[in-house]
Design a protein around this ligand. Structure first.
Ligand SMILES: *Cc1c(COP(=O)(O)O)cnc(C)c1O
Length: 421
């Protein structure tokens, strides 16, 4: 049996209606920005493998550090015990995060990093005998697939089967010049009930690479602070250079109370989640009373191998050449956006850092629209490029090591698609 047949026999893939799914492409090897199929076909990974890979596939430096760690200590229970790799990672990250971030709490992935943040906020109020249970989030937000993370995500087809079980969240529009006043007064009105405000800073990835302005986010955050509403920055997607700065919050003048990381944290090598917080949050749990403990921990919390991958990835991220690559990709993207933005089939283009999104004109025919996504996906797959359109939105967010030749090839194929599809 081929890999495709064996896959179909035993695997249930995420986000996939298995009955109508296209065959899943077997990938057997990766190098730099490229992946290689069983048949040797090369694919440029223009989506960084679900946005996680920032330094290329099978990165030799990360592999070496992970191998060394595996032979030293593969895992240890993280309650009652600690290990140097987790400590060093927390020290090094807290040193480069916004200055109010003082403590690091490890978990397994982006969704669990969000769960931890939500529990920190709810229990922060509970521990002080002033329970607050409502949360504030943006419409169309995406914060993960576990229940808490799903609850603070926009209601959609993703959540429909569970909507009645999700806790109470007030969803607001993204802030802009026209609504900022109204949003602030809504927050003031709800303030005594609001435990926290959770947001994806500057770019809502899953919503379709929807981007919004620093200025109004800053204003919202300042208002939350004034009204005593805790703030959670979900940097699971935006962290580690994606937006052109190390963290999306580095674009802001306000600092969130809590930050969540995963995706790029290990360079896309291993699953690891991290939630950081201020001393104020941490101190609300610091007590002689056992009931004030944050009762949350996963078996693989702070796994040393994952932490070693994160440290290795951080070494590369902080190397000056990486920021140069990020700036190079930014400049390449904006040159390409400039070139195609007036094409009749392009509705809009938008860019933040290394993320370039292009909204495709869908015309009036709904059947054309509904098949467009799959036709685009297959067109690029055939051309040896992995692009996963979100509806009619195509986005490129490559590993930072992608070459100019590889980027130019992607751009050329997008131009071909504009003519041919
Ligand atoms: C992917 C993502 C998550 C969830 O992370 P997982 O590791 O997939 O659970 C949360 N928030 C944002 C903004 C994301 O893009």
């Amino acid at each position: 049996m081929s890999l495709v047949e064996r896959d179909l026999a035993v695997i249930w893939h995420p986000y996939t209606q298995m009955k109508t799914a296209l065959p899943h492409v077997p990938i057997v090897r990766g190098e730099g920005a490229c992946l290689y199929g069983e048949d040797g076909k090369r694919y440029i990974d223009a989506v960084s493998s679900w946005w996680v890979n920032i330094h290329g596939h099978a990165n030799p430096y990360i592999a070496k550090k992970v191998a060394e760690q595996l032979l030293k200590l593969e895992h240890v229970i993280f309650a009652g015990f600690t290990h140097p790799t987790a400590i060093e990672l927390a020290e090094r990250l807290l040193a480069i995060l916004p200055s109010n971030q003082k403590k690091a709490f490890y978990s397994d992935n982006g969704s669990t990093a969000i769960e931890v943040a939500i529990k920190m906020c709810l229990q922060y109020w509970h521990n002080q005998g002033k329970p607050r249970t409502k949360m504030l989030a943006f419409k169309n937000a995406y914060h993960g697939d576990t229940f808490g993370a799903m609850a603070v995500s926009g209601r959609s087809a993703f959540t429909a089967a569970f909507d009645s079980l999700l806790f109470e969240v007030e969803f607001i529009d993204l802030p802009d010049a026209s609504n900022i006043k109204a949003l602030k007064s809504r927050i003031s009105y709800l303030r005594s009930e609001l435990a926290c405000f959770i947001f994806e800073p500057l770019v809502q990835g899953t919503a379709g690479m929807v981007m919004y302005e620093v200025e109004y986010l800053d204003e919202l955050l300042a208002h939350c602070k004034q009204e005593g509403v805790l703030t959670i920055a979900d940097e699971v997607f935006t962290g580690f250079g994606r937006t052109g700065k190390l963290f999306a919050c580095d674009h802001l003048s306000q600092q969130p109370d809590i930050m969540c990381f995963s995706k790029g944290l290990t360079g896309g090598t291993m699953a690891l989640g991290l939630t950081t917080c201020t001393d104020e949050i941490y101190n609300a749990f610091l007590s002689d009373d056992k009931l004030k403990t944050l009762f949350h921990g996963h078996s693989y919390t702070a796994n040393p191998v994952a932490c070693s991958a994160a440290l290795a990835s951080l070494d590369i991220t902080l190397d000056a050449s990486t920021m140069q690559s990020i700036k190079r990709i930014e400049a390449m993207h904006s040159g390409f956006a400039e070139k195609i933005k007036h094409h009749p089939k392009i509705k809009t283009t938008r860019q933040t850092g290394t993320i370039l999104a292009m909204e495709w004109e869908t015309g009036s025919s709904t059947s054309y629209f509904s098949s467009l996504r799959d036709r685009l996906y297959l067109y690029f797959l055939n051309a040896g490029i992995i692009l996963r359109p979100l509806g009619n939105i195509i986005y490129i967010l490559p590993p930072y090591c992608i070459t100019n030749d590889e980027l130019n090839y992607i751009y050329a194929k997008i131009e071909d698609a504009l003519e041919e599809l």
